[in-house]
Design a protein around this ligand. Structure first.
Ligand code: ATP
Length: 255
């Protein structure tokens, strides 16, 4: 395991009873890089992210966040990471701004007001700062959750379906915001999504899993070169169906 890697997992395994949701998964993401985690429903993507973020304990395996072992040094590791789930969880009786101040206190951020203002402006939530979650749209709640996730400037970021509920402009801005955290702040990011165009557009590397195990990984270019029988100039969608063997299902599912 090397220093430039902000996220590293070795032989990560998570069992629920007899069922192995994730089996012996190895992954690493270097500073400034974005890894796309894709796979069919039930492949183990959310379980992987929840283990990497320290929300659930793995059954076995090692997780290192920015040089800190998640099980041996959980506080140091968790201080440096952020997990934004696919469903935003907000407090009913805190306004948008109060959420950010609260998170700022938890992480001991001295310039929380300045950082909050910058994030609210970046995500076009300025005029919602005094609103309660109940008065926000689904997409706005998603943006608030992402703001909370970025506030402490984590070096390891885990995003589960980050575009859910966003309008086209929100999607464009979210893609830029995610890329900026990697390119400008040097964060290592894992994005899990079924939106393969998103993964193709913003990720440097791709990890495809199915039934909890790696099917293929690498840059899109290297994956293309590893596979035979793909159409000319294959998209990630072509690769996904080729390696997960779900093409027939997908065709019949297409209206
Ligand atoms: P999706 O694309 O549908 O969100 P996913 O790739 O994120 O799926 P997971 O939610 O990680 O998949 O689930 C992986 C496997 O683990 C599935 O078989 C699921 O039923 C199982 N699983 C997930 N959470 C639990 C749990 N708390 N208890 C038992 N089994 C679980």
């Amino acid at each position: 395991m090397t220093d430039s890697m902000r996220i590293q997992a070795g032989a990560l395994t998570k069992r629920y009873g007899q069922h192995a949701a994730v089996s012996s998964l190895d992954l690493s993401v270097e500073a400034g890089s974005i890894l796309g985690l894709v796979g069919p429903n039930g492949a183990g993507k959310t379980t992987t992210l929840r283990c990497l973020a320290g929300i659930i304990p793995p059954t076995s395996g090692r997780i290192i966040i920015d040089g800190f072992d998640l099980s041996a040094q959980p506080l140091e590791a968790k201080r440096r990471l952020s997990f934004v789930p696919d469903t935003p969880h907000l407090f009913d009786y805190l306004t948008v701004e109060e959420h950010l101040r609260f998170a700022g206190r938890i992480y001991g951020i001295p310039d929380v007001a300045e950082r909050s203002d910058a994030l609210l402006s970046e995500f076009e939530l300025d005029d919602r700062r005094n609103h309660l979650p109940g008065t926000l749209s689904r997409g706005m709640k998603q943006k608030v959750a992402i703001c909370l996730g970025f506030l402490h400037r984590p070096t390891a970021i885990f995003l589960d379906e980050p575009l859910t509920g966003l309008d086209p402009l929100g999607i464009r801005r979210m893609k830029s915001a995610i890329s900026r955290r990697a390119r400008e702040d040097g964060a290592s990011i894992i994005v899990s999504s079924h939106q393969l165009e998103l993964i193709e557009e913003i990720c440097d590397g791709i990890l495809v899993i199915k039934k909890g195990v790696e099917v293929i990984s690498g840059s899109l270019e290297s994956i293309r070169s590893q596979l035979d029988g793909l159409p000319e100039d294959p998209t990630l969608e072509d690769i996904f169906f080729a390696v997960t063997g779900d093409e027939g299902d997908a065709r019949t599912a297409t209206p």
